[in-house]
Write a protein that binds this ligand. Sequence first.
Ligand code: CP
Length: 311
Amino acid sequence: MNWPYKHLLSISQLSGDDIRTIFELSTHFTEVNSRPVKKTPTLKGKSVVLFFAEPSTRTKISFDMAAKRLSADTFSLATSGSSLQKGENLKDTGLTLQAMNPDLIVIRHELSGSASFLANKLDCSIVNAGDGWHAHPTQALLDGFSLSQVWDSFSGKTLLILGDIAHSRVARSDAELFSKLGVNLRVCAPGTLLPADISEWPVEVYQDLDAACKNIDAVQCLRLQLERQENGLLPNLREYAMHFGLKADHLNSANPGVKILHPGPINRGVEIQSELADCENSLILDQVGSGVSIRMALLYLFLTRTEQAES
Ligand code: CP
C-alpha cells in the first residue's frame, strides 16, 4: 500500500480510513505475535533510534520489541548517561543522530512540539511517542485498537475520559481518535484539571463522576500527573481520590460489560480503585499487548513507504 505520511506527529493528521488501515495491519501483527517464533525479516537493514528524554516503560519497550520482531536494528538514547545530561539541546541531538543515518526516530520529550521540531530539521521519519501535554498518537491508536477487539463497532458507543485532562497528552489524542471513529465522548475532571480550551473539544464535560458514568461503554482513567501539577490545582490526593477516583459503585449505572482502560502507569487508589484495575472488565494489560501490534504496524507503514508519497 502507498502510505502517504513521512512522520506521525499527531492523530489530527490521520483520517478515519487511515486509522482503520492501521487497525487492520495490527490485527495481522497480533497473529504474528501469537506464533512460537515471532520474528519476520520485513524490516531487515532498517535502523530505528529510540530517543526517550522522559521516562517510559510501555512505549519504549514495545517500540523496541516491535522493531526487533520485524528485524529492524534499534538504538536507544535516554537522558541518563547521554550528552543530554551535559545540556546538549534538541537541535544538536537531532543533527547528531541524523549524521548516523537512521531511517526513523521515535521521540518522547517533555516539550510540546518537539516531534514536529525534529521533523522539520531532519531527513528521516519521526514518530511522536509523547511530547509534553500535546500528543501521544501511538497511545490513542492502541487504545482504539484494544476496544476494536471487544466491540463490534465504534458507532453509538460512549467513552468517558476521566481525570487529569489538562495535563494529559493521552486525553488530547484519544479525543481526536475516538471522535474520528464516531464514538460519543465525555470527560470528567475537577474544574482545575480541565484545559482552558475544553469547549472546543468534541466532548461533553462533567464534574460529577456518578453522572458521567451513566450509560457509558468504556472509561479511560488517566494517571494523575503528579510531576506536572502546579501548586493549588488539587486540595489533596485523598480528596481527589474520593471525588474523582473510579470505584466499582460508579459503574453500576454504566452499560453492561463496560470496559476499563488506563494508559499506565497507574496510581492505584488515586485515579482508580486497585481491584477495578485487575477486574475482568479491565483492558489495561490488553492495551499493553496491543501496543506492540500497533507499533509493528506503524513501523511497517513508515519504513516501507515510497518517497514520492510524501506529505
Ligand atoms: N502509556 C505510556 O505512555 O506509558 P509509558 O510512560 O510507560 O511509556
